[in-house]
Design a binder for this molecule. Structure first.
Ligand SMILES: Nc1ncnc2c1ncn2[C@@H]1O[C@H](COP(=O)(O)OP(=O)(O)OP(=O)(O)O)[C@@H](O)[C@H]1O
Length: 276
């Protein structure tokens, strides 16, 4: 990740942009080589609210980047823009050189939302939820093939939910449910994973498990991971790069550069400390 003030990329890792060629992905045609996410001078908001103001971020492929900001700092709005679900007023977003809608259609990005609506009156098992991550791979018939079942089995195993696979999703604890939705994203096997507040409302055990799963995805598959969080705890250990956001990018770089008392104090003052 980098901004104009703190250039930092990771040229050693190649984006796992599916099996597409550079012509398919658009990499090379105005894209930033080796970058999974390029946000340039992005402004976005709602009637009467400026949520993002000229935000520029670059996340190198195969990196874990934490987007750190207090409540209301614009993290969710940025995620919505990255997913093509919120139209910015200015600026551009490119995921592996593609616009967000195209990247989603080409299974380049998976998403783990902060809250997932679970309709307990319509029972869906944990493994059915995880299988939903495979829909983009199944073709028109939407029938699971052996490769889909294998991807689900592996994802359930990674998050430690194999034993609970037949349980209804509504019967899980908050932390277990979060792991189930993480497994759905893992099964999708997209080269970029976005996680909105993955540690909110989970116990210490689930937090450690989620962190180690994300690191394993980076290390074994070269997955680029972008998490939004307002919790300082754990970020230094997990993230390769940190962006401090408060409507604008206040600081960006290596955790050791960004997560200093001085930087946090200058950037957030009391606001961040109150919310961590
Ligand atoms: N649908 C909306 N309509 C109007 N204003 C909104 C809407 N969604 C967010 N906002 C405002 O936009 C700003 C950024 O909100 P956003 O949800 O992106 O921040 P956030 O960092 O994700 O916050 P949190 O950590 O509390 O989820 C805030 O001032 C918020 O009140």
């Amino acid at each position: 990740m980098s901004t104009e003030t703190s250039p930092h990329t990771h040229p050693d890792t190649t984006p796992r942009a599916g099996s597409e060629t550079s012509a398919d992905t658009g990499v090379g045609s105005g894209a930033t080589p080796g970058a999974a996410v390029v946000v340039e001078r992005l402004s976005a908001g709602y009637p009467g609210v400026r949520a993002l103001d000229e935000v520029s971020i670059t996340v190198g492929a195969g990196r874990i980047c934490a987007l750190l900001g207090a409540n209301g700092s614009g993290k969710s709005t940025l995620f919505k823009a990255l997913l093509g679900l919120h139209r910015p007023t200015a600026g551009t977003v490119r995921l592996f050189g593609m616009d967000p809608s195209r990247a989603r259609r080409r299974n380049q990005v998976s998403y783990v939302p902060q809250h997932e609506q679970v309709d307990t009156s319509f029972p869906v098992s944990v493994e059915q939820v995880v299988m939903m991550g495979r829909y983009g791979h199944m073709g028109l018939t939407k029938r699971a093939r052996p490769s889909d079942r294998l991807a689900c089995d592996e994802a359930l195993d990674q998050v430690g939910l194999s034993e609970l696979r037949r349980r209804g999703i509504g019967e899980l604890s908050g932390g277990q449910r979060k792991r189930a939705f993480l497994a759905r994203a893992i099964a999708q096997q997209a080269p970029l994973m976005l996680l909105d507040e993955p540690f909110a409302g989970v116990d210490r055990g689930s937090e450690e498990l989620i962190s180690s799963v994300l690191k394993a995805l980076r290390d074994t598959s070269g997955t680029t991971v972008l998490i939004s969080t307002h919790h300082l705890a754990g970020v230094e250990d997990l993230a390769d790069e940190v962006v401090l956001l408060h409507q604008r990018v206040l600081a960006a770089g290596l955790p050791s550069e960004v997560l200093t008392e001085e930087q946090l104090g200058r950037s957030f003052g009391a606001v961040l400390r109150e919310t961590t």
